[in-house]
Design a protein around this ligand. Structure first.
Ligand code: ZN
Length: 64
């Protein structure tokens, strides 16, 4: 799985520039930018989980 965008890909790919931690799409991004994207991806993951748990709360209240 790509550390930057979170996509899963085959490693090593055929004629692929991808490394073990960075997919072919992200390998062209400068390293410092990739680092920021990785931070944002983790933040989005956290928020996605938070939204899912909030939706769960709402469903419980509605059915009660
Ligand atoms: Zn990637």
């Amino acid at each position: 799985m790509c550390r930057t965008c979170g996509t899963s890909y085959e490693y090593p790919g055929h004629n692929s520039l991808a490394t073990r931690t960075v997919c072919e799409r992200c390998i062209e991004i400068p390293e410092e930018t990739r680092r920021v994207l990785g931070i944002l991806r983790r933040r989005v993951e956290q928020l996605t989980k938070q939204v899912a748990s909030l939706q769960g709360d709402t469903d419980e209240r509605q059915s009660a």
